[in-house]
Design a protein around this ligand. Structure first.
Ligand SMILES: *[C@@H]1O[C@H](CO)[C@@H](O)[C@H](O)[C@H]1NC(C)=O
Ligand SMILES: *[C@@H]1O[C@H](CO)[C@@H](O)[C@H](O)[C@H]1NC(C)=O
Length: 323
């Protein structure tokens, strides 16, 4: 079909028939084809200037883009999906997302971000006051290195449901979860370097259903650390440095809907039953699955047996002590 025509004409005919286009930078002409809805671009060092403004899905993942400039996306007001994962992005200029008023999903994973600035998502404040938006916003920052957040960085993401900031070398949460994120249901903070969970850390996350904190360095849990999460169903705290004193009941108070708690591979060891009175999980009245046990060196003796007599574990249908 394309024989005899130039490359670009051939590509554009494909473009007009289908919805998928692979082109090099600066080869796009919106006026030549109005049906393109999805674009996949390769060999990019920067974001092309002439992306058609009608595009709804833009995949510029797996390139070598290092910087997002303020006006890179200025015409993309109907863009719903933007994938920039696997680039080398280390800097996003303030206001760069300002014009992406229709954006529903953003993937910034596997980049080299070291900071998420206070202003980075400011545009999304605008988004969130429009009714249609952010319903299934699904964002991944995985593999960036973000030791610390500026305060309230997510506060404008009022419709965000899923936030994945695992494997990002996060040391502290600052005020990141004290404002906004009222609809967040899943927060993935696995594989970071958090050392504590304080009572106010997750203050605004009343909607949260799943919290993943495994593989951090958590050794300290404040009383009521999860108290606001009245809807939480699943909490994963395994592979941290939590000791038996940190599993006291007051730590887990408020988690009335929690059905699954995973806390294996921590530093929990009971020599006497002092710490078992009151039983550590007695506040967790809906708990059905407890993943509990020890992977750390030395004698592997899951604590399950010493807990078996305590009332809280009595009615547990599933008790897992991973080896
Ligand atoms: C973004 O692109 C990467 C690599 O092409 C892919 O693995 C990833 O699933 C995409 N993200 C989303 C949210 O689709
Ligand atoms: C987020 O997007 C990825 C890639 O499309 C998908 O595989 C994953 O299930 C999504 N997560 C949620 C919780 O919607």
């Amino acid at each position: 079909m394309c024989r005899g025509s130039s490359n670009i004409a051939c590509l554009l005919s494909i473009l007009c028939i289908g919805t998928l286009l692979t082109l090099k930078e600066k080869q796009l002409e919106e006026k030549l084809c109005r049906s393109v809805k999805k674009i996949v671009l390769s060999n990019l060092l920067t974001i092309p200037e002439d992306i058609p403004s009608i595009v709804r899905s833009l995949d510029i993942s797996i390139n070598t883009i290092s910087k997002i400039k303020e006006f890179d996306f200025k015409d993309l007001s109907v863009l719903e999906f933007l994938n920039m994962s696997s680039n080398v992005i280390s800097h996003v200029e303030d206001g760069a997302f300002l014009h992406l008023v229709a954006l529903q999903r953003l993937d910034l994973g596997y980049n080299e971000l070291t900071i998420i600035s206070d202003h980075m998502f400011r545009c999304l404040a605008k988004i969130s006051i429009l009714p249609i938006l952010l319903d299934s916003y699904n964002s991944s920052f995985t593999k960036n290195k973000i030791p610390q957040f500026e305060s309230c960085v997510f506060k404008d993401l009022k419709s965000l449901k899923v936030l994945n900031i695992g494997t990002s070398q996060i040391l502290a949460l600052s005020d990141a979860f004290k404002n906004g994120l009222q609809k967040l249901e899943i927060l993935d903070l696995r594989d970071n370097k958090l050392s504590s969970v304080r009572k106010e850390d997750f203050k605004s996350l009343q909607s949260l259903k799943e919290l993943l904190l495994f593989n951090n360095q958590i050794s300290s849990l404040e009383d009521g650390a999860f108290e606001v999460m009245v809807n939480l169903r699943s909490l994963t705290l395994s592979a941290n440095r939590i000791s038996q004193t940190e599993t006291r009941g007051r730590v887990f108070r408020g988690l009335k809907r929690l059905t699954s708690l995973s806390i294996f591979s921590n530093h929990i060891k009971y020599e006497t039953d002092d710490k078992l009175n009151p039983p550590p999980f007695s506040h967790l009245t809906s708990l059905k699955i407890l993943q509990w046990g020890k992977k750390i060196s030395g004698s592997h003796r899951p604590v399950t047996s010493s807990l078996r007599g305590s009332s809280v574990l009595h009615s547990l249908p599933v008790l897992m002590a991973p080896v």
